[in-house]
Ligand binder design. Structure first.
Ligand SMILES: C[S@@+](CC[C@H](N)C(=O)[O-])C[C@H]1O[C@@H](n2cnc3c(N)ncnc32)[C@H](O)[C@@H]1O
Length: 240
């Protein structure tokens, strides 16, 4: 800790496998006097579960769970972040560092954004990048994402059909996040674009229950929250 106040560390904990933590993340997590993390109501925090085995045998620390109400889209409840940020502020003002655990990478579609927005400028913030789910899904599927002059787009599957259609046409490589209940609609759009055979579905990448299925062979129209669809116009970036 430097100066009178503590520092906020936004620490990426990777996509699920506890071995996909960086050495820096591991050190900060093990030394943290205060750990903060988001969790859906009634479900253990995914980010905390990733680091759980690394906390064994350590002295107890203060924990700040930011519990989200159960809503279909897991849309962040701003009041939860207001309350979390207020608790974090108290620790920082008392000179204690706070490590915020973030799934994947903190600055890539991460809820850390909401704390960052509330705390930056007032307190020192250090971000430790993490292995993002896009990279983990590509690795799980053995799916070369992009090469040479290929353009790559990351799209939330929650976008409207028309927005998705336009952007699908604009890139060689595509990653669709937040697939969930949009899986059926996404399959139809990719079939229309002639890309259904050039797409792979990845569920819970890097976890023991990981699942990888060619999209064309997938019967379901809904997917769990931790799932993604990867597409390449040529069937893979390695195809010339
Ligand atoms: C709010 S975003 C968080 C992204 C995270 N910050 C990152 O860098 O990967 C959540 C979305 O990431 C994707 N995701 C996260 N972890 C995943 C995993 N282990 N396997 C597949 N998709 C995952 C899913 O598309 C999910 O809907």
């Amino acid at each position: 800790m430097t100066g009178a106040t503590g520092t906020v560390y936004g620490v990426g904990v990777g996509p699920g496998d506890p071995e996909l933590l960086t050495l820096k993340a591991l050190r900060l997590i093990r030394e943290a006097p205060v750990l903060a993390y988001a969790a859906a109501a009634g479900v253990p925090s995914f980010a905390r579960s990733i680091v759980e085995s690394h906390l064994e045998g350590l002295q107890a620390r203060v924990e700040i769970p930011m519990v989200m109400p159960m809503v279909a889209e897991r849309f962040p409840a701003q009041e939860v972040y207001d309350k979390g940020a207020a608790e974090i502020r108290d620790h920082l003002q008392a000179g204690r560092d706070v490590v915020v655990l973030c799934e994947g990478d903190p600055l890539f579609y991460g809820s850390f954004m909401y704390l960052f927005g509330r705390l930056h400028g007032a307190f020192p913030i250090t971000v430790v990048p993490g292995v993002s789910s896009v990279m983990a899904c590509a690795a799980a599927a053995g799916w070369p994402l992009v090469a040479r002059n290929d353009a790559f787009r990351v799209l939330p599957a929650t976008l409207e059909d028309e927005a998705l259609r336009q952007q699908i046409d604009d890139a060689e490589g595509l990653a669709f996040m937040k697939v969930g209940r949009h899986l059926g609609r996404l399959k139809a759009l990719l079939a229309d674009a002639g890309l259904i055979d050039h797409a792979v579905y990845v569920e819970r990448a890097s976890l023991p229950n990981q699942r990888v299925v060619p999209l064309a062979a997938l019967d379901e129209d809904r997917a769990p929250y931790f799932s993604m669809v990867l597409v390449h116009r040529r069937g893979g970036a390695h195809v010339l």
